[in-house]
Write a protein that binds this ligand. Structure first.
Ligand code: BGC
Length: 850
């Protein structure tokens, strides 16, 4: 007992000394004076911090003792000599590595899940910031630079001094970081279809990434999405593999520099990633991380004719890292697909760079234990394992797998060789942490020069889909000649909405999330002396010469963006606004006002009900921070030059057949469609084909799902006790026909109704509730036809307040827009600050229709 105490106090003194020395030698951390934030991981609370620091300082102590002991054995003469050949350096280093050091090179923790001290202790090979993962000290570019550089310094303190490779998703700019330039998402860049622009953008993105000390971006995405129900459609340049190949390769050249040129992988460049290998965009029903179902021969033909085309182009352009996809091909996850990774990518294509797994992707492969899953992924050819939080287990299990023969020593050597090779090629061993160049780039972060490139990209990305004549002049000409212009819709003045997913946070968000120019400001900036008015709700005065209504999707990323064909539409609040504006817009059109829709979406969505209501329709995609680019084309001297890179059906229910016949009546806009202001078509072959709106089939309309409550036959009332599924403290058919929660004991209430809504329109939902206190934790979730996961549903707090007693029901209302169709409604509460309450019924009051 006494001895232990003594040890602890000696330990504490040494720990203190180590902290002081650490502060003195670590310039960046010292200068910002925020050591605590740096030492502890992002997720660690203040209380926990002390413990983490104490333990970790002890760990460093041991590590530094080992370091001095073992460093004398290390021969750096070859691997640290830039004059030597890369392969020679790789072998010289590999030969000196222990199994533990090799395993550590193969893990990639999330920055929030590792401390600098652990980096030194384990000799971790790579670290990432996942979507929205900012350093704990703050989200400015300087915070990132200081944080990343302290991680790099920690890596150099290891016995062998192998530099760490840091990766981030700069998928439309370095947009996790506040103040970064956000470019249009790839769907817009595909429409712009300009290789030179892609190179310029790649170079500019690299500069902002490099300004924060990061050497690797997980971009470009090389998918050629075939089904826009897929939530990642906007990450793809277009549905044609050739186009993706051309633009993906151009981005790689821009980001990495031209192979053989002096700037190639120099200090203003970053490594690109060809992702996600392979088959994404072809999964059944467009399901993210889903399965590509086809027989082996078909897969092979698809691979060789189509899917590999962009990969070959990116590898030829110099891409040295490939990220494996979450999806399966014929039931087998790509992460464990020996044929696709080992044989095709590394064998047939001769790829000698590194293959990185996707975020927790190994946890989806087969295997009874994590250890087995790791062996399966590594044996299939995954070299670097992006297992952000479980990295220690990965490290231990790689070692165990080698010890028991589940992974061969040769395979580990091959993986590490690839990782080291890429590090040598990218100049990491010569890298100067916090170099003068890096600081120059930091001073230029989000510069006007970069914003100018993004603005050009916005101009070129917009696609004019419809441009009818208004009193003899095209709508766009009327707009150009207007003196009074109304810009309507919340998305018209919202940086977050125009940036979409992967901006500041993983999912993105509406609101003033980063620096930039909104679309409304962009239009105003180029409008000269024209009168430009903004109305969030779409209030029309009647004096307008032109009205631009901005509607679309709200931000999302990955699976939360997956949709069913009935909900691939603009948001309900935008539908509601259009409904409210309908009569005013009709009147305006009768008076010669040009009525223009600017659609902000990450893909073709169903706009069938609105096509006839607008003189012009523009696909603005997700343009990023530079709204001026929209203004340049709408009111400036630039004309439209963008063309569609996706086939756009009238209805999402026709997606499955959209490639069968491109002139079929179910296609609203063909791939290639794009008009200019005078109404002519940009591509000869890709003329716009607006036929008549096809009627929805009888079956579709009559398709009231079995078991659904048809509102028409219940007088638009949902009785609480008619629910179709429930959980926890909800009881069917008790006193007063109430479903209720009495006496919370850490329980949840969760009640579902399947409902058939007979007609589209605005509804006021009346909730008749008795509650014992005000409560903001009761929410109504709904989605059509089903809530696939909660992230997919519309969700609104039911505004319930205390009523006179638990027997006194009051009417609490919510306004929603609902399309005709099947819905699942879910009434959900959790125990946090919950009130006891009783729900009697929900009435659907129809307030305005089509
Ligand atoms: C995505 C990748 C991304 C990674 C790291 C994953 O969820 O699929 O595209 O690079 O996260 O953020």
């Amino acid at each position: 007992m006494q001895n232990k105490k003594k040890l602890i106090s000696v330990g504490a003194v040494v720990a203190l000394l180590v902290i002081v020395i650490f502060l003195l030698v670590n310039k960046n951390v010292f200068m910002t004076g925020n050591k605590d934030a740096e030492v502890a991981g992002n997720t660690v609370s203040t209380e926990e911090q002390t413990t983490v620091e104490e333990t970790d300082v002890k760990e460093t102590e041991t590590a530094s003792v080992e370091e001095t002991q073992e460093q004398s054995d290390v021969d750096k003469s070859i691997y640290m000599d830039p004059a030597k050949d890369v392969e020679e350096r790789v072998e010289a280093l590999l030969a000196q590595m222990t199994l533990e050091e090799k395993a550590a090179q193969m893990v990639q923790p999330e920055q929030q899940a590792i401390t600098q001290i652990e980096i030194t202790k384990y000799g971790v090979g790579s670290v990432l910031s996942g979507g929205g993962s900012a350093p704990r000290r703050g989200n400015g570019a300087d915070d990132w630079q200081a944080h990343i550089n302290s991680i790099k310094e920690a890596a150099l303190k290891t016995r062998l001094g192998i530099p760490v490779l840091y990766g981030v998703d700069a998928v439309h700019g370095h947009t996790n970081v506040y103040g970064a330039t956000a470019y249009p998402h790839n769907i817009g860049l595909g429409a712009a279809n300009d290789e030179e622009l892609m190179e310029k953008m790649g170079a500019a993105v690299a500069e902002e990434v490099r300004a924060t000390g990061i050497q690797w971006t997980f971009a470009p995405t090389l998918a050629n999405p075939q089904n826009e129900l897929w939530g990642r459609t906007y990450e793809g340049f277009g549905e044609d593999a050739e186009l993706v190949a051309k633009l993906g390769a151009a981005f790689v050249r821009g980001a990495q520099g031209e192979i053989g040129s002096e700037e190639h992988l120099s200090e203003t460049k970053v490594l690109g990633t060809a992702k996600h290998y392979i088959g994404e965009g072809y999964t059944t029903a467009g399901i993210n991380q889903g399965n590509v179902e086809m027989d082996a021969e078909e897969v092979d033909a698809l691979l060789h004719d189509t899917l590999l085309v962009p990969y070959k182009a990116a590898l030829d352009a110099g891409a040295r890292t490939v990220m494996v996809s979450f999806n399966s091909v014929n039931g087998l996850k790509c992460h464990e697909n020996d044929y696709l990774v080992n044989q095709v990518l590394k064998g047939e294509l001769g790829f000698t760079g590194l293959v990185v797994g996707d975020y927790n992707g190994v946890q989806q492969v087969s295997g009874a234990t994590y250890k087995e899953q790791i062996a399966n992924a590594v044996n299939a050819g995954v070299d670097l394992l992006m297992e952000p939080y479980a990295w220690k287990e990965v490290y231990t299990n790689i070692i165990k797998n080698v010890e028991d023969g589940s992974i061969s020593q040769e395979r580990v050597d091959d993986a590490v060789r690839r990782i080291l090779r890429v590090k040598f090629e990218a100049g990491l061993f010569e890298e100067q942490i916090g170099s003068e160049k890096e600081n120059e780039l930091l001073a230029e972060f989000g510069s006007d020069e970069h914003r100018e490139i993004a603005r050009e990209a916005v101009r070129k990305s917009m696609v004019l889909l419809k441009n009818d004549k208004v009193d003899g002049k095209t709508a766009m000409k009327v707009l150009a000649d207007s003196s009074n212009i109304l810009v309507a819709g919340s998305k018209a003045n919202d940086i977050g909405a125009q940036c979409g997913g992967w901006t500041i946070s993983w999912q993105g968000n509406v609101g003033n999330i980063t620096k930039g120019t909104t679309i409304f400001d962009g239009i105003k900036n180029v409008a000269g002396d024209k009168n430009v008015i903004y109305s969030m709700n779409g209030t029309v005065s009647g004096d307008e010469d032109a009205i631009i209504v901005v509607v679309g999707e709200d931000p999302y990323a990955e699976t939360s963006g997956d949709r069913s064909s009935s909900n691939l539409t603009i948001t309900n609040s935008d539908k509601s606004m259009l409904q409210n504006m309908k009569e005013d817009l009709q009147k305006a059109r009768e008076n010669g006002t040009a009525v223009i829709m600017l659609l902000l979406s990450g893909r073709p969505i169903t706009i069938a009900d609105y096509v006839e209501e607008f003189d012009a329709i523009i696909a603005g995609w997700l343009p990023g921070t530079e709204g001026d680019g929209v203004g340049d084309v709408l009111l400036g001297d630039y004309d439209f030059s963008g063309t569609l890179t996706y086939t756009w059906p009238w209805y999402a229910s026709d997606i499955d057949t959209k490639f069968e016949d491109e002139s079929a009546a179910n296609i609203l806009f063909k791939n290639g469609t794009g008009l200019t202001k005078d109404g002519s078509s940009i591509n000869e072959e890709g003329t716009v084909t607006i036929g008549a709106k096809p009627e929805k089939s009888e079956e579709e309309i009559a398709a009231i799902a079995e078991g659904s409550i048809n509102l028409e036959s219940t007088d638009y009332v949902l009785e609480a006790e008619n629910y179709t599924a429930d959980s926890y403290l909800v009881f069917r058919g008790n006193e007063n026909n109430i479903s209720y929660v009495d006496g919370w004991n850490g329980q949840w209430a969760n009640t579902k109704w399947d409902v058939w809504v007979p007609k589209s329109g605005n509804y006021t939902l009346h909730f008749y509730i008795a509650a014992n206190k005000d409560c903001k934790t009761v929410e109504i979730y709904y989605a059509s036809p089903k809530i696939v996961d909660d992230g997919n549903a519309n969700k609104t707090v039911v505004p319930m307040t205390k009523t006179a007693s638990l027997m006194d029901y009051e009417d609490f209302t919510l306004d929603v827009y609902l399309d005709a169709g099947n819905y699942e409604f879910k009434f959900m509460t959790n125990a946090a600050n919950a009130a006891d309450f009783r729900l009697d019924r929900i009435e659907f009051e129809y307030t305005s229709g089509e």
